[in-house]
Design a protein around this ligand. Structure first.
Ligand code: 6GU
Length: 226
């Protein structure tokens, strides 16, 4: 998988991809992440990348020219499966979408800023618009980092324990059950007996019941019986 991220603030993305799972995925050659500074592609005198909005109103709008040139250059080099715009008015990201996107080969992510991007960019280049939740960030960069993390960890070979992603919260529309590790007793606080019993069927049943209980309490909406 190759992901090209288009941003006005490339430094914001230096950190997230340099560690842990995302670093390992790149080292193993399972994904390539390329950051592009939109400003580098502006043909304006001062390399502007934004302008006042037509019709008036507060807030700047990202201009089409540098984004067009950057996307056109990338598309001349390879085909892209998706060109995704990160924006609070996009479809809300869910695990289902992460699963789908983890199967793609090449993707462009465009990070929004200010009042957003000229609508013609959305109309003519963007294949999908994604929000990571119902709250507003100051730019799309952190959302892009969240999206990339959620996708890349699903690529086969990225996670060390291959079965682990399957037991994540949301993969079966349930929140994950509690987990414990040694010691079996700490300051008098005990691990549930069933987990120490070695009885696999009982352990699975306990985990399922705990997952259902937690989901009913916290997220009845994903259980579908509000
Ligand atoms: Cl993708 N961008 C911004 N600016 N805010 C957000 C978001 C994206 N998703 C949730 N809030």
């Amino acid at each position: 998988m190759r992901i090209d991220i288009l941003t006005l603030l490339p430094r914001l993305l230096d950190g997230p991809f340099a560690d842990s799972i995302l670093e390992r995925a790149q080292e193993r050659g399972l994904c390539e992440i390329h950051i592009h500074n939109i400003r580098d592609y502006s043909t304006a005198k001062q390399k502007q990348t934004d302008d006042y909005q037509f019709g008036g109103g507060a807030g700047m709008v990202m201009t089409i020219q540098p984004i067009d040139d950057l996307i056109t250059q990338l598309r001349s080099e390879r085909e892209y499966d998706e060109i995704i715009y990160l924006t609070p008015d996009g479809e809300r990201l869910e695990q289902r979408t992460c699963n789908t996107l983890s199967l793609k080969k090449n993707m462009i992510l465009l990070c929004g800023h200010y009042k957003g991007v000229d609508q013609r960019v959305r109309d003519h280049f963007i294949t999908r618009e994604i929000s990571i939740g119902d709250y507003v960030l100051s730019g799309g960069e952190l959302a892009a980092a969240v999206l990339v993390d959620s996708i890349v960890r699903l690529i086969p070979g990225v996670m060390n324990d291959e079965t682990s992603a399957l037991t994540d919260s949301f993969q079966d529309n349930l929140l994950a059950p509690p987990v414990y590790t040694r010691p079996a007793e700490y300051k008098g606080w005990k691990v549930p007996d069933v987990l120490l019993s070695g009885h696999f069927a009982n352990i699975e049943e306990w985990r399922m019941n705990e997952a259902i209980k937690k989901t009913k309490e916290r997220r009845p909406d994903i259980l579908g019986d509000e």
